[in-house]
Design a protein around this ligand. Structure first.
Ligand SMILES: *Cc1c(COP(=O)(O)O)cnc(C)c1O
Length: 401
């Protein structure tokens, strides 16, 4: 049975029928070079030690698994635990992957780093690790996002990287990704492309998953220590899917743990105005991989809608598409309104302000806690902190500074 094969991806980079390498000929060599380097290093003790040393000294890992007392009392059933990725350096899970990939760039002797970014979080995480190693860094960002996320644009510039606004298409994340791929095609010899989620052509979905899997591995150990068994459910938001894949992956064989991914429901899945390809999409090819995708009948990529810039993407990582089809993970969607309500609730009840992306995962507790029995332990992956979203929330609440 396909679901018993957890050694995915296969040699061609497929998770079942999803994934692969749908790229121009000129990138095939670069992807193979990356794959060969990664396969050589991933089981090398010195490389692993270097990665974990950076995660500890620079990122601040391990992140706590924290008991949310007042949120637990609020729902009145089960126990809610928070995996605190918001406490990482730069405020989100994204740094786990950039710390890993910059080490690959170093080992490959690449002097120039490029990345795409949507809300700017991956741009910040990339510019941060490039600054640390003194490498030239270029960040591609949709012109619309440059306008909406001016604070992160400035953060990236302060870190010494250059921001390139992209005007094509809807001038958002998918257009920035196209432009970064174009740069890579032109400059493959000296350039390393750090992709920010479990998306893109093979081997990226595997590499980004593996570097983020430190999150799930820590949860296994922490669950044993704190409540003496495995969690009954893990809940994580899904944009491209890297924070979810990082916490899900070490649990794939631990069948007693339900894995629940929460997509951005925007104005509601039924309205079509959302960013929930696993709930309301069909398989297709985007950014070099086959996966669920929001597209019209002619295969044109549809516009997305979400209050959360980090979830505002029409595609999703191929491994999630496979986990959905084989039934190992469940994928639900939460509307903008419910996510905003959860943002306020968690902030007031716990003194922890989650990112708007993360607020989608919290919002699903409303339904989930009613379903589970009272002895259940639920882990929410707190993918990032909400400081970056204060202006968005203030505007919605009608507050002017
Ligand atoms: C980027 C981001 C996400 C969405 O990306 P994934 O690859 O789906 O994890 C979620 N939460 C935060 C805080 C982010 O910065």
């Amino acid at each position: 049975m396909a679901s018993d094969n957890f050694n995915f991806p296969d040699k061609e980079g497929f998770f079942g029928e999803y994934g692969g390498k749908f790229v121009p000929e000129t990138l095939m060599y670069a992807l193979e070079e990356l794959e060969n380097t990664y396969n050589k290093l991933k089981d090398n003790k010195d490389f692993i030690d270097e990665f974990y040393k950076d995660l500890s000294a620079f990122v601040g890992r391990p992140s706590p698994l924290y008991f949310a007392q007042r949120l637990t009392d609020h729902y009145g059933s089960g126990s809610i635990w928070l995996k605190r990725e918001d406490l990482n350096h730069t405020g989100a899970h994204k740094i786990n992957n950039t710390v890993g990939q910059i080490l690959l760039a170093k080992h490959m002797g690449k002097k120039r780093i490029i990345a795409e970014t949507g809300a700017g979080q991956h741009g910040v995480a990339t510019a941060t690790v490039a600054a640390r190693l003194g490498l030239e860094c270029h960040i591609y960002m949709g012109a619309e996002d440059v306008r909406r996320q001016s604070l992160n644009v400035y953060r990236i510039k302060l870190l010494g990287a250059q921001v390139h606004p992209v005007d094509s298409g809807s001038a958002t994340l998918k257009d920035a990704l196209n432009e970064a791929l174009r740069d890579w095609v032109t400059n493959v010899d000296d350039t390393y492309y750090i992709i920010g989620s479990v998306t893109g052509p093979h081997p990226y979905p595997m590499i980004v998953r593996d570097f983020n899997s430190v999150v799930g591995k820590e949860v296994i150990e922490q669950s044993k220590d704190l409540f003496g068994k495995m969690p009954d459910a893990i809940v994580a938001c899904v944009g491209g899917g890297s924070n979810a894949m990082g916490i899900f992956h070490p649990f794939i064989d631990i069948k007693e743990t339900r894995l629940i991914g929460v997509e951005a429901g925007g104005k509601g899945v039924a309205t079509g105005e959302h960013a929930a390809p696993l709930n309301d999409g069909t398989p297709g090819v985007l950014h070099g991989a086959r996966s669920y995708l929001m597209q019209d009948e002619a295969g044109q990529v549809k516009d997305t809608k979400s209050v959360s810039a980090g979830l505002d993407y029409p595609g999703v990582g191929p491994e999630h598409s496979w986990l959905k089809d084989v039934g190992r993970a469940e994928y639900v969607a939460v509307s903008d309104d419910d996510a905003l309500k959860a943002f306020h609730e968690v902030t007031e009840l716990e003194g922890i302000m989650p990112a708007l992306e993360t607020a989608h995962a919290f919002a699903y507790l409303e339904l989930l806690m009613k379903e589970l029995d009272s002895s259940s332990n639920v882990v929410v992956n707190v993918s990032g902190r909400g400081d970056k979203d204060i202006n968005t929330v203030a505007e919605i609440d009608g507050i002017k500074f």
